[in-house]
Design a binder for this molecule. Structure first.
Ligand code: LMR
Length: 361
């Protein structure tokens, strides 16, 4: 009996030594933004959770600020397995051949974050992730950043102010059409090149949520900023499909749970990060900050709305309609919940005759 116990203890010891000695699975997580942004902080948070929970079986190496790869290169690197995890913005999936992600780029399509999260976490999000399968990619979650603001070296108040301006965009055909609808000249450019392009006058302006604008120091080279919330920027966290499928099932489960928790964390901090960044830009005093009045939002929206129709086929009419429907449902639920009567000028979803007004929540 004693001998048997001794043998089993010995066997256990050898097994645990062997598992400790096995090399951890390395996950290279590459991204293009600064560590102190919603995405940057979430990547670090995921690393911490995943490494703790996997108890030495996983090592997550986070490479921020395009240190390893720029926008387009990182997608290719993921597909060939040179990196295992990315969180590209939803505007960067078009070049992969999955244009439906450009749904998120449609101007003023999401009146609030509730609508957005329902779209991401519901059937639309599932359908979008399904499209990645054929590209050798698995989607793990959608992360938030925020609504975009516009900057330039001249004030951007009316639609006419955009005429002829060279404006940097991400690699999305919807964003290209949106800039053209305003009379501007869109220039696709990697995120890592934007600051110097603005500084050298290669482009006149750009659009981004505040956290990106501030951490890339764009406010130092942009005299004017218009708070317009005209479009959205968020992310899909993706992994190399084969890498993910080949992981032991229990480890994949652990990592999936860590990702779910990270997503909750990420969405919680996104708005805070953007609010803080706006306060810092104001404090820096290099940029004049202008809040687009509601009456002008309506005009901007009318100018850009034809883009929705133009991209129906490329994105998928069903997806666009489902997003409108989600916005309408959220709006209805809010109205039903409101204790006070709804404000008279409260706008409905984008499809309604009155334009949607993004809310920060
Ligand atoms: C951009 O290129 O402007 C953004 O997609 C950067 C990012 O990842 O937030």
């Amino acid at each position: 009996m004693k001998l048997a116990a001794l043998f089993s203890a010995l066997a256990l010891g050898i097994a645990s030594f062997a598992s400790q000695a096995a090399d951890p699975v390395v996950i290279k997580f590459s991204h293009v933004v600064a560590p102190d942004t919603p995405k940057g902080r979430a990547a670090d948070y995921f690393k911490k959770l995943a490494e703790e929970r996997a108890k030495g079986r996983v090592k997550v190496e986070v490479y921020p600020n395009s240190q390893l790869y720029k926008d387009r290169e990182e997608m290719e690197a993921l597909q060939i397995g040179a990196v295992q995890m990315l969180a590209p913005s939803l505007a960067k999936f078009g070049p992969l051949g999955v244009r439906s992600f450009e749904l998120f780029d449609l101007p003023y399509i999401f009146p609030n974050k509730e609508t957005l999260y329902r779209v991401m976490d519901g059937d639309i999000g599932k359908k979008l992730f399904g499209l990645l399968d054929a590209k050798g990619i698995t989607g793990l979650g959608f992360w938030d950043n925020g609504f975009k603001q516009r900057s330039a070296n001249k004030p951007l108040h009316s639609v006419d102010d955009f005429k002829g301006l060279k404006l940097r965009i991400q690699s999305s055909k919807v964003l290209e059409a949106q800039m053209k609808a305003l009379g501007a000249n869109p220039q696709v450019m990697a995120f890592s090149e934007v600051y110097s392009a603005l500084q050298q006058g290669v482009v006149d302006g750009t659009e981004n949520p505040m956290s990106n604008l501030y951490t890339q120091k764009m406010h130092e080279v942009q005299k004017h900023l218009t708070l317009s919330d005209h479009g959205y920027l968020g992310y899909a966290v993706i992994v190399n499909k084969k890498f993910w499928a080949d992981l032991p099932a229990d480890l994949r489960d652990t990592l999936n749970k860590a990702m779910q928790e990270t997503t909750v964390f990420e969405r919680k901090i996104a708005q805070e990060e953007n609010d803080e960044a706006l306060a810092k830009v104001k404090a820096a005093g290099t940029t004049q900050v202008y809040t687009l009045p509601y009456r002008d939002r309506v005009v901007w929206q009318q100018a850009m709305l034809p883009v929705h129709k133009e991209f129906e086929e490329k994105i998928g009419r069903d997806l666009i309609q489902a997003a409108y429907q989600t916005a309408a449902t959220v709006e209805k639920e809010k109205a039903a919940k409101a204790v006070a009567p709804a404000m008279k000028d409260k706008p409905g979803p984008v499809k309604a005759t009155r334009p949607a007004k993004p809310e920060k929540n």
